[in-house]
Structure formats: C-alpha cells, structure tokens
Design a protein around this ligand. Structure first.
Ligand SMILES: *Cc1c(COP(=O)(O)O)cnc(C)c1O
Length: 222
C-alpha cells in the first residue's frame, strides 16, 4: 500500500526501455517526496504555475515534464528548467518555445501532440499538420527546440479495442515520420499510456507512460 509501493510495483512491471513519468498534478509536495524517496525522478504537471512552485520547493535532480495544454504566454516561466514539454500542438507554440529556449541558452525538448482519439475534447495535431510543420523552412530555423517524438491520448472508454487501435495509429505515425529526421527532429519517444491504459500502450510501442492516479490515488479538484 502507499505511494512508494506503487512506484516500485509499476517500475518493476514495465520494461526497462519504458520511462515512467509520475503525474503529480494537484498532489502535495509530501506525496512527491514520498515518490522521490522511492527512487522516482520524472514528474509531470499540467499547469505551469503548479510546475514552477513544485520545482522551486523540491530537489533539483527532479526532471520536470509539462504534460498539459500549453498557454503560449506562460512558456517563459518554465523555460529555465523544464526537461520535456509533451503537449505541443502548433508551430506558433514551437516558435515561442524556441524564443524562450534561446533566452535561457537552452535547447528545449518537446513532443508533438497528435489527436488520436475521436473525442472533440482532446487537443492535438493531425498527421498532416505534423508533417507540414516538420518539412517547413520555419521549423528548420528553430535551433532552440528539439522534437524528441510524439505524444497522444486514447479515448476515454472501456473498449480496449478502440484504445489499442488509437495507440497503434500513433506508433504507425511515429514510424512514418522518422524519415523527416533532422537537426531539431530526433524522434525516439512515444509518450502514450496513463493509469487505465498504460499496459496496452506499452504493448503497442509506448516508450514513456504518464501515470498519475495509479501512483498517487484519485485526484480531488475543487
Ligand atoms: C492527468 C494526466 C495523466 C495521468 O492520468 P491518470 O489517469 O491519473 O494516470 C496523463 N497524461 C495527461 C496529459 C494528463 O493530463
């Protein structure tokens, strides 16, 4: 029982090549420290303000992942320390990330978020959008961003077949896009899988899972 046990159980049950991002959004510092003391170093947040506050309060060897939908005007607050930005869904946002990366003398690692679910509520680019970005001259100029791969979220459904099909689609897109490899597009990461579906995601080729409630328990939003 408990957070540290959950970390150990999940870490030992997933293959070595799959990275675990512990999604700590809404959870207190004490919960994150418990996971940290169990050896967890990658944490994910979806709100920039919360990300910044937790980064300031916690040990500096934590790797912070921004997994939420990005507000362009807030990229500047995390540019000095963020390790990976998962939810990039426009060239405009990439340009802002590039600008803030340059100001901080850093190359900021990003994933492009694809819309693989049928639900309208999910953000993300289409395959065509992604290809258009990757082959554009504008993108090639962005020397302070490094796109390391793709991120996607499956539909919120009990139907395993639907979830599996959506993950397969992301993996297929990833394989197809590899040919656009360039100085700032180095695809090695497929970020897919959450508490309810990370086992399926791994079977379908995920290399990074974002797990919240299965580690920290259910969230209370006020
Ligand atoms: C909240 C969140 C997760 C984790 O969800 P759980 O179901 O609690 O594991 C993963 N990815 C994103 C983008 C999220 O917003």
């Amino acid at each position: 029982m408990g957070i540290s046990n959950n970390i150990k159980l999940i870490t030992t049950s997933i293959p070595k090549h799959v990275k675990l991002v512990a999604v700590s959004k809404t959870k207190p510092i004490s919960d994150i420290l418990e996971a940290y003391n169990a050896g967890q170093r990658k944490f994910g947040e979806n709100k920039i303000q919360e990300l910044v506050e937790k980064h300031e309060a916690l040990p500096k060897d934590i790797e912070w992942h921004m997994i939420g939908h990005l507000q362009r005007n807030k990229v500047k607050y995390m540019a000095s320390f963020v390790d990976l930005i998962h939810g990039v869904d426009s060239l405009k946002t990439l340009k802002e990330i590039n600008k803030q990366g340059a100001k901080n003398n850093r190359v900021l690692n990003c994933l492009l978020q694809l819309k693989i679910a049928k639900e309208d509520t999910k953000f993300g680019l289409s395959f065509k959008d992604v290809e258009a970005i990757l082959i554009s001259e504008e993108f090639k100029q962005l020397s302070n961003v490094n796109i390391q791969g793709l991120m996607g979220m499956a539909s919120f459904t009990e139907d395993e077949t639907v979830i599996r099909t959506e993950f397969k689609t992301l993996k297929k897109y990833f394989n197809t896009l590899k040919k656009h490899n360039s100085t700032n597009f180095n695809p090695t990461i497929i970020s897919m899988g959450m508490s309810g579906d990370y086992q399926i995601a791994i079977e379908e080729g995920s290399t990074m899972v974002r797990v919240g409630s299965a580690i920290f328990g259910t969230r209370n939003y006020n």
